[in-house]
Design a protein around this ligand. Structure first.
Ligand code: DGY
Length: 322
């Protein structure tokens, strides 16, 4: 059997689990940077399993470089838009992700962005650090009232969206949602109203994105959709950067088409659109939604479990959807 290739060091417990697989490990040696394309192509050569991150593009070339022994690509993320799933399937290679274990951490982060952006927390913190004179004022740093009546629109109500809905229900928000689970009993229990995207955009004070990136959702939120939102609205994106047309978003934030945005993800990570950094009305995070200690351990452990199952001749525990 070939080696298991890891494109980055995982957390200590996940590394210990990987070492227990009883198969040689080849681990990319820079803990802070992903492998270059050349390093990736050479590291995977002859591997039985790949444990990859969203920073690795796994396409036909990588799969062919790995060769005929390759049985699984186990992505340490719930998103798997970095993997050419069709190319893997056509070569008989399983693909798994890590659903379920990062819902709460991701929803915490989306809600943190929602609150920070709506209530201008980061902008106020930045102001205080300038050392300028200040005194309480009736109009100082006034933002959106979140509790007790603001409308939250959840685009793509899946597991993470549902965890956001639970938080929003506790804040007495009115909740609108699109997505297959928007009409479920669980959604109804949190007061979620299933609606179409246009109505969601027109009525929401906060729009939070939770859909996967697919050809259908690429630039789902473009200039036209931004114009359909309220001028006082806040956009939160913890899904994938390319769900939003980032240039259109920057223009919308500059021109008051919407009030503010809280972003964890970007179209060309790790690059940010040059306009974003100079805007006061955005809160910017470096893709950390799942960065809870226990969550990252669980994501790594689940990826290793998927590899263990497939190397033992079983199916992966959490294959990506058909
Ligand atoms: C995921 O799991 O897809 C997240 O974006 C990684 O934190």
């Amino acid at each position: 059997m070939g080696h298991v290739y890891l494109s980055r060091q995982l957390t200590p417990a996940a590394m210990a689990a990987a070492n227990d697989l009883g198969v040689p490990l080849v681990v990319h040696d820079d803990p802070d940077r992903p492998p270059s394309r050349e390093q990736l192509l050479s590291g995977v050569t002859g591997a039985s399993a790949l444990i990859t991150l969203l920073t690795d593009r796994v396409d036909g070339e990588v799969l062919d470089a790995a060769g005929a022994d390759l049985k699984i690509v186990a992505n340490v993320a719930v998103g798997y838009d970095n993997i050419d799933v069709a190319a893997a399937r056509s070569r008989g290679v399983a693909v798994s992700n890590t659903p379920g274990v990062l819902d709460e951490a991701s929803a915490d982060c989306a809600f943190a962005l929602l609150l920070a952006t709506a209530r201008r927390i980061v902008e106020a913190d930045r102001f205080l650090r300038t050392g300028k004179d200040w005194i309480w004022g009736p109009q100082s740093f006034v933002g959106l009232d979140v509790s007790g009546g603001a409308t939250l629109g959840i685009v793509g109500l899946g597991r993470i969206g549902m965890a956001v809905a639970r938080r929003a229900a506790a804040f007495d928000m009115r909740i609108l949602a699109t997505g297959s689970r928007a009409s479920s009993e669980e959604a109804a229990a949190y007061g979620v109203e299933p609606v179409g995207l246009q109505r969601l955009l027109a009525e929401s004070d906060v729009v939070s994105l939770h859909c996967p990136l697919t050809p259908d959702t690429h630039h789902l939120i473009d200039a036209e959709k931004l114009a359909a939102m309220k001028p006082t609205a806040v956009l939160v994106n913890t899904a994938r950067g390319s769900v939003v047309d980032e240039a259109a978003l920057v223009a919308a934030l500059q021109n008051g088409v919407i009030a503010a945005a809280g972003l964890d993800v970007y179209e060309n990570e790790p690059q940010l659109h040059p306009g974003l950094r100079s805007l006061e009305n955005v809160v910017l995070l470096p893709h950390i939604a799942s960065a809870g200690r226990a969550t990252r351990e669980a994501m790594g452990a689940l990826a290793v479990d998927n590899v263990r199952a497939v190397l033992a001749g079983e199916g992966p525990r959490t294959p990506v959807p058909e």
